[in-house]
Design a protein around this ligand. Structure first.
Ligand code: ADP
Ligand code: MG
Length: 406
């Protein structure tokens, strides 16, 4: 029988009304003859009693230094509570159901607390539940390492749980239910005219997710791409088809011509960034290596890196700027720090075959007096560092100029 994995995010299991909609989606898939495997996130956001952030605050409120092992242990409870509650609801409706934690569902992780990766997944108990005609409900975002310690997978990790199960169980598709109608041309919280993208490639979504579009976890897309799992992002409360995420060859418009193709598919953004510019009086490769090594050892990711013999520029999350400043002061390096930055990234597989995209971006932002502090690009992305205060204007202007709303 064909199998479908349905993932319901925090926004989808938040309230009793939402949970009713969840139940309906599961029932509808069963009526269509699918075997259904469900993955759930914790219920709601900070302030809701069993939300991940509420559980972290509970631990912090105890006053002692928070140890990563205990933080992962308490964080994993949110998804477990959600899974047990949903299984109970289904059982009450006469649909046999079984809740499983990540480790019970066979998720083996690499031991990195709060940002673990899944090494492998052996979903024997999930298969057993399916054979017993039960709907397995799996707590997302978690697994156990070789010592049996609970690890969590980072924000958005339930998306990854769902796609890994989809790959392991050879699902026909993985449906990600959320509070928007699919992957949109920009975050609808910033651009009212943002439109749902019907079909998009793994590469583009991955890039949008890495550049800050939090609608789906980038690692989930990597897994989907490697295993060729079809992923659909849909609205919990609407019946629209949502966004289908597939390989480039499966794109409906993917014939032999690239003419007429869009340059830009979507725009992502991230905020609270800080830019460092380091200047050397003469080239000093030893000190340069030390700078990047020490930042790396501190576990700090850097981005938009530009390296010239006497100048190095990069950005970090603003929360890490104090640590970076300390490293630079220790090494006696001259630097400038610009806080309050945001990054806007335009993404599209069509971009590399269409000349003049950068010129167009610079021109329209200049017209709107948005200062571009730094840029970076790959073959399907152009990223621009700007002042956070210019974010809305920049995203809306680019959205408009590349006709993404129509
Ligand atoms: P869930 O709890 O279902 O996992 P998330 O909050 O993680 O939901 O993701 C959904 C949110 O992602 C939306 O409410 C939207 O504001 C945000 N978002 C950011 N960029 C995009 C985009 N390009 N398309 C759709 N949603 C986006
Ligand atoms: Mg999410």
């Amino acid at each position: 029988m064909a199998l479908i994995v349905q993932k319901f995010g925090g926004t989808s299991v938040k309230s009793p009304e939402n949970r009713k909609a969840v139940l309906n989606h599961i029932l509808r898939a069963k009526e269509k003859g699918y075997d259904v495997v469900v993955v759930v996130s914790a219920m709601g956001r900070l302030g809701d009693p069993y939300a991940t952030d509420t559980l972290i605050d509970l631990l912090k409120a105890q006053g002692s230094k928070v140890c990563p092992k205990n933080q992962d242990l308490i964080m994993s409870c949110g998804e477990i509570i959600s899974a047990v509650a949903l299984a109970a609801t289904l059982n009450k409706k006469g649909i046999s159901s079984r809740a499983l934690t990540g480790p019970q569902a066979g998720f083996n992780t690499d031991g990195y607390y709060s940002e673990a990766e899944v090494l492998d997944c052996q979903p024997l108990r999930v298969e057993e539940a399916l054979q017993n005609n039960e709907v397995p409900i799996i707590a997302g975002f978690q697994g156990a390492d070789a010592c049996g310690e609970i690890n969590t997978l980072g924000r958005g990790g339930s998306d990854t749980t769902a796609v890994i199960l989809g790959a392991a169980l050879m699902a026909e598709k993985v449906e990600i239910f959320t509070d928007v109608s699919g992957i949109m041309t920009a975050d609808p919280r910033i651009v009212e005219e943002a439109r749902v993208i019907q079909q998009i490639t793994y590469g583009e979504v991955c890039q949008m997710a890495y550049e800050g579009a939090r609608v789906i976890h980038p690692r989930a897309i990597e897994v989907a791409m490697r295993n060729n799992v079809a992923v659909v992002v849909r609205n919990l409360d609407a019946s629209g088809p949502g966004t289908l995420i597939t390989g480039e060859s499966a794109l409906k418009e993917g014939n032999y011509s690239t003419r007429g193709r869009r340059a830009v598919t979507g725009i992502a953004h991230s905020t609270e960034l800080a830019q460092f510019i380091i200047t050397f009086e003469k080239p000093d490769p030893d000190r340069e290596i030390k700078i990047f090594e020490r930042i790396g050892k501190a576990g700090i990711n850097i981005d938009l890196i530009s390296v010239f013999p006497l100048l190095k520029a990069f950005i970090v999350k603003e929360e890490h700027s104090i640590k970076v400043e300390k490293i630079l002061k220790d090494l006696g390096v001259l630097y400038q720090l610009e806080k309050g930055c945001a990054k806007v990234s335009i993404v599209g597989v069509g971009m590399h075959s269409i000349p003049g995209v950068m010129a167009r971006v610079v021109k329209v932002l200049n017209e709107k007096k948005v200062e571009i502090i730094q840029t970076g690009d790959s073959n399907i992305t152009i990223s621009l560092l700007i002042k956070q205060g210019d974010l809305r204007c920049a995203v809306k202007t680019l959205h408009d100029n590349f006709h993404l709303g129509n």
